[in-house]
Write a protein that binds this ligand. Structure first.
Ligand code: ADP
Length: 608
């Protein structure tokens, strides 16, 4: 590369690298922010899917966790409290519509173990089904019974409470037996047999009924926060029946109910379970109530809900404080890294970034082209000035020398005089052509000249060309051969002045650059190819190197192997090319084995 272009090239490359690096950094940050925004939106969607369910489960009364519960407090029409005795209502949990990922509602009782309102014992289940009240038991399914049995096996009750030391024997034996128990037996508290269980319950009931007589039922008063009065009296007839046929009942008052919280628990076999849990502390009686969630199914439902935002998103257990953790569940949204591509163009930000990249690329290309042509222009100016200076100095020096000799009377011989005068003529011609070319180039740069098309007699035109250029060629040691091929009409229509200048420049070049050629003939011919008249100028000189072919038609460009002494400023072919366009034709350098052949194809039609 030209040395004068190295520094600007390096500066441009540095600016381009800075621009691209800055844009890449800004794109990266913008995409990360967009990704973070998408993650936040996805988290919001996930939480808003879970929170309503959490809220509903959290507000579920304690009593609903029993298959049957007393309708307390019951009032008369006048507002006085009424003891409804043995009146019981079926828990809504037996029939309420639940999402398919809500697997089981359960109670863990420090004394009675695991049970579920959705897994009533066989006797109760039968009674409820046979009842004339038409109680729906859609949620009392065998799958739920199996899940309860599994939980009871995997999670020993003592793990959940500071269990009273008097209970463990019952617990221990219950754990041993649970594998063989039916789900119904599990729900009964896993006593070795119903007789023991009945006895224990009866004792409990008796002790508690000493301090608790009123049956006031279950409520959660908003102005009392999480403290509720849940007074279950043992249902005397049921307990007395000792067959546990209608499930358990409690006596406790002023229980404190914690908020329902989502927690992970690993079972003995290492399986992860996602539970919603709350502690119900009634003093003597402490319960855990909760909901078992089907995590694989819930995960599927949740990830499906954000698939359009984050196709590769995953939900993973996380009990820490990760920023991408859901608020509703101890679960983190693993969305992967921010994508580092602008595609697909599905957001305004991505469109904006694409526009920014495109605009920068266009600006860089334009700056490069602008800079390049500026450098090219300044180089061309430099070349022009040095070429013109050289081209002016040489003929002027010759002119002065020969004129000095002639005017001083030193040359007396007539033949010598004629020779010197011919040289002077040639140099003056050279000067004239140079100045004419420069002026013509300047004129063409400023404005499009008017083309004056007129009928031209071909033979006369070719003869005049031979006359005009024959002498110049002769002075260069060449001969100009002019021919008209068959098929060319006598008269063609064109601007003969422009055509004359065009062909003149080509002939001048041939004479100038083929001096060393063995064949001294320069040929000017006109023929016909299809609809075109083809004027050709050919010589047997060195020709033009392939790598120079495009450049030589540009202004102030000369062939790389052309000696400076041959004279010229690199305007001859530029002008010839522009004139050819003016005449509506096309000037081309033909591929020939020896020398150079330029062809100008002139359409057989009036000039545009
Ligand atoms: P100039 O003759 O002033 O250098 P031109 O535009 O007429 O400018 O020609 C450009 C270059 O093309 C020349 O410098 C020369 O290298 C090459 N050239 C033109 N005509 C011929 C030819 N007939 N034979 C060999 N080279 C040629």
């Amino acid at each position: 590369m030209n040395r004068s272009r190295v520094l600007p090239g390096i500066a441009f490359a540095a600016v381009a690298v800075l621009l691209i690096a800055g844009l890449a950094w800004a794109t990266r940050v913008a995409l990360q922010l967009e990704h973070a925004d998408t993650v936040r939106l996805a988290l919001w969607r996930l939480d808003s899917r879970i929170f309503p369910i959490l809220a509903r489960e959290d507000s579920r009364p304690v009593s609903h966790y029993e298959p049957l519960y007393p309708p307390t407090p019951a009032l008369t029409r006048t507002g006085t409290s009424i003891n409804l005795g043995n009146v019981l209502l079926p828990s809504p949990l037996l029939s309420v519509d639940l999402p398919d990922w809500v697997s089981l509602h359960f109670v863990i009782d420090a004394k009675l173990g695991w049970r579920s309102p959705q897994v009533p014992n066989e006797t109760l289940a039968k009674r409820l089904r046979d009842s004339s009240a038409g109680i729906a038991m859609t949620n009392a399914t065998p799958e739920r019974a199996a899940r309860l049995q599994h939980l009871a096996l995997q999670f020993p009750v003592r793990k959940w409470f500071d269990v009273d030391e008097t209970i463990p024997q019952v617990e221990a034996s219950a754990q041993q037996n649970v594998a063989n128990d039916s789900p119904t037996q599990v729900s009964q508290g896993r006593f070795p047999n119903s007789q023991q269980a009945g006895q224990w319950l009866e004792n409990e009931a008796r002790v508690r009924s000493q301090t608790q007589t009123a049956i006031r039922g279950d409520n959660r008063s908003p102005d009392r926060g999480n403290t509720a009065v849940i007074n279950y009296a043992p249902l005397p007839d049921l307990v007395a029946a000792k067959d546990m046929s209608l499930g358990q009942s409690y006596v406790c008052s002023k229980a404190t109910i914690d908020d329902l919280k989502p927690v992970w628990r690993n079972s003995a076999d290492g399986t992860e379970h996602l539970l919603l849990l709350r502690r119900v502390d009634g003093g003597e009686l402490v319960l855990m109530q909760g909901v078992l969630l089907d995590w694989p199914r819930l995960r599927e439902v949740l990830t499906d809900g954000v698939r359009d935002l984050l196709p590769d998103a995953q939900l993973v257990r996380d009990e820490g404080q990760h920023p991408d953790r859901m608020s509703a569940l101890p679960v983190r949204l693993d969305a992967g890294d921010a994508p580092m591509t602008l595609f697909p163009l599905n957001t305004p930000l991505r469109w904006g970034l694409t526009f920014a990249w495109s605009a920068s690329a266009i600006a860089l290309v334009l700056a490069a082209l602008g800079g390049w042509s500026l450098l090219d222009l300044s180089e061309r100016r430099f070349r022009f000035v040095s070429a013109v200076t050289h081209e002016l100095r040489t003929p002027l020096t010759t002119l002065r020398l020969y004129l000095d000799m002639l005017t001083s009377g030193l040359v007396r011989d007539e033949a010598k005089k004629t020779e010197y005068l011919n040289t002077l003529h040639g140099e003056a011609d050279r000067l004239h052509r140079l100045i004419a070319n420069v002026l013509e180039f300047a004129r063409l740069e400023r404005q499009m000249p008017v083309v004056n098309s007129q009928p031209v007699v071909v033979r006369d035109f070719m003869e005049s060309m031979k006359k005009e250029w024959g002498t110049t060629c002769h002075a260069a040691g060449k001969s100009l051969d002019v021919s008209i091929e068959d098929g060319v009409p006598d008269i063609i229509e064109t601007d003969s002045e422009i055509l004359r200048q065009l062909l003149g420049n080509l002939i001048d070049n041939s004479c100038k650059y083929s001096r060393e050629a063995e064949d001294p003939t320069v040929r000017l011919s006109v023929g016909r190819t299809g609809d075109d008249f083809v004027f050709a100028v050919e010589d047997r000189g060195p020709g033009i190197a392939t790598r120079d072919i495009r450049a030589v038609f540009r202004p102030f460009r000369r062939g790389t192997n052309t000696p400076a002494a041959s004279g010229g400023v690199g305007l001859g072919l530029t002008l010839a090319n522009r004139w050819s366009k003016l005449l509506g034709g096309d000037l081309r350098l033909k591929d020939v084995t020896t020398g150079a052949r330029f062809e100008f194809a002139l359409p057989n039609a009036p000039c545009p």
